[in-house]
Ligand binder design. Structure first.
Ligand SMILES: *Cc1c(COP(=O)(O)O)cnc(C)c1O
Length: 358
């Protein structure tokens, strides 16, 4: 199996090996040490302030999104949300569910954010900004510098869902004035799904401290307190946290976050170059490194996704909704190589020969 979806993605052999072992007991110093390392490496890889903290939630990425909305925002906020697809809509739904006042910057599918668009929202007393920096549904990668500058000028608290772009595109919490970064285990971290991570800067920690939010499982205060001794309030996904530890240390030993970003960007650029000879088209000029949205010129995208899966054992991401028969997505995150790209390109060429790709 060759998996080019955007998550869960291919894991390295060392990460998979941990998954095959017995799950150890965790209320002890050995596991606390693992969690301290995880927290330090996460903070390092997002260039967080020394006084920041990271929490690990057992739950998919959406759990971290919801915990952030619940513990960092409240009814006195006025939140601005970039909504350019499925994940932006999820932030809108979460704010509505938790009765956090919000406005949306509604973008068309595939549309990028611009200075002109942001200008309309300047000096309007917004208190917080929510963005999925890579809107994985459309593959658009929003301009983080532009957003960061807007938030700084307007004194707005910035929350970035970097679930699909952490380790694939650079992000610097201190330099870009990001207060919260959210990510998850099953995207570029290349571990099984089940753990999501929130890195909280000093201002975010203050908000959590003052929060009156009511939840037992999503209580960030409780998670932070337990984290001081390298523990979690409840039984976490122990094995996945051990896998995350292996992966973070591997990245560190192989040149750190910059080297990993470069590796992923090389794969993305190689793929985008190699499909130029095929009846496929990349329309978006604002892609990140994690994923490429590919349009079919004369063939049905769903047929391509299915043929690759059933005839070649290669998985790519279908698109939901109306666009599903025109567009598919190819991920570049996880344990993939340039040779794997070649296998995918060979399969496309074979599909072309067979008249399925046209
Ligand atoms: C994958 C992803 C999520 C998380 O989705 P889950 O299914 O809850 O893990 C959130 N935001 C973005 C941008 C994503 O790509």
């Amino acid at each position: 199996m060759l998996n080019f979806t955007v998550g869960p993605v291919m894991s390295s052999e060392s990460v998979r090996k941990i998954g095959g072992e017995q799950t150890p007991y965790f209320r002890n110093d050995e596991f606390s040490k693992v969690m301290f390392e995880n927290e330090e490496l996460m903070k390092e890889f997002v260039y967080a302030d020394e006084d920041s903290r990271a929490v690990f939630i057992t739950g998919s990425g959406t759990a971290a999104m919801e915990a952030t909305v619940m513990n960092v925002l409240n009814q006195n906020d006025k939140v601005l949300i970039v909504n350019g697809g499925g994940f932006g809509q999820r932030f809108v739904d979460l704010c509505n569910l938790h009765e956090i006042p919000n406005d949306e910057i509604r973008l068309d599918f595939g549309q990028n954010i611009t200075q002109e668009i942001l200008d309309e929202y300047s000096n309007k007393n917004y208190t917080a900004f929510l963005v999925n920096i890579c809107e994985t549904s459309s593959c658009v990668y929003y301009d983080l510098d532009l957003i960061s500058k807007f938030c700084k000028e307007n004194n707005i608290f910035l929350i970035v869902d970097a679930i699909s772009s952490f380790l694939a595109n650079p992000l610097n919490m201190v330099e870009q004035n990001i207060d919260v970064v959210i990510t998850g285990s099953q995207k570029a971290l290349a571990c099984p799904p089940g753990v999501s991570i929130i890195v909280l800067g000093p201002n975010a920690l203050e908000k959590v401290e003052n929060s009156k939010s009511k939840s037992m499982y999503f209580d960030l205060k409780d998670m932070l307190k337990n984290g001081e001794r390298g523990q979690t309030p409840f039984t976490p996904a122990v094995t996945i946290l051990l896998q995350i530890n292996q992966r973070l240390k591997e990245i560190k030993s192989q040149g750190g976050v910059e080297a990993e970003i470069k590796r992923i960007s090389t794969l993305a650029n190689d793929f985008r170059e190699k499909i130029k000879d095929l009846p496929l088209e990349v329309k978006c000029d604002c892609l990140g490194n994690s994923v490429t949205g590919v349009y079919c010129i004369d063939s049905n995208a769903e047929d391509i996704v299915n043929a690759l899966k059933f005839d070649y054992n290669i998985w790519i991401n279908p698109n939901g909704g109306e666009i599903g028969n025109k567009m598919f997505r190819v991920g570049h995150i996880g344990d993939l190589t340039l040779e794997d790209n070649d296998k995918l390109i060979e399969a496309f060429k074979d599909l072309e020969k067979r008249g399925i790709l046209k």
